[in-house]
Design a protein around this ligand. Structure first.
Ligand SMILES: [Ca+2]
Ligand SMILES: [Ca+2]
Length: 197
């Protein structure tokens, strides 16, 4: 009886715990682009504009890929164009990862669960040439339902090929029920053990 109770309790806790593990919660998020500069790259010949969904497909381009080949790219003034990523489910996010054109600065904002936008960080993937990486560890996790990327520095020619946000989806009520059941059974088992001793 005792062993069985503990086994059930552990199963409940493991099921609840897996819902809290850090993953890329932006994966397959819905991507929307806005602004008249999207797909424009004057002076660079014809670019190859990627589908917005390529920003959350979990795939990176080879480092140093030319900024307007197979990316979501745009030209224009800072803040005029945007790439918005709606998460499939609200999530608590600890860190961000961005593959973008190397010589620019990208501001990332997040939308909270009350639909209010907040400034978060600026990521500058200044390492080499073409597409490169930048990341940001957040001081405190944010509860987000969406992210928005805009250019705030650089040469007027911008692009993004991958955005990832690491954290955990906000647990569904069933997860809390599972956690509660697991902890309750553990407490019950502990009390029984104490009484027997
Ligand atoms: Ca650039
Ligand atoms: Ca991608």
């Amino acid at each position: 009886m005792m062993k069985k109770t503990i086994a059930i309790a552990l199963t409940c806790l493991a099921a609840a715990g897996s819902a809290f593990a850090d993953t890329n919660v932006a994966l397959n998020g819905t991507v929307t682009v806005a602004g008249s500069g999207i797909g424009q790259s004057p002076g660079w010949g014809d670019g190859v504009l990627a589908a917005p969904s390529s920003v959350t497909d979990g795939l990176f381009l080879p480092t140093n890929t030319q900024w307007n080949l197979g990316t979501v790219y745009w030209t224009g003034s800072y803040g005029a164009d945007s790439v918005t990523i709606d998460l499939l489910q609200a999530a608590s996010v600890n860190s961000l990862y961005l593959q973008a054109d190397n010589n620019d600065d990208y501001r990332v904002q997040y939308r909270d669960t009350a639909n209010v936008w907040h400034d978060l960080v600026t990521i500058s993937p200044h390492r080499s040439v073409g597409m490169d990486y930048g990341s940001a560890a957040l001081g405190a996790p944010v509860l987000a339902s969406a992210f928005m990327i805009t250019a705030v520095g650089g040469d007027g020619a911008f692009s993004v090929s991958e955005f990832q946000a690491f954290g955990s989806a906000v647990p569904e009520p069933e997860t809390y029920a599972m956690l509660g059941a697991g902890l309750g059974l553990m407490a019950f088992a502990a009390r029984r053990k104490q009484r027997k001793a």
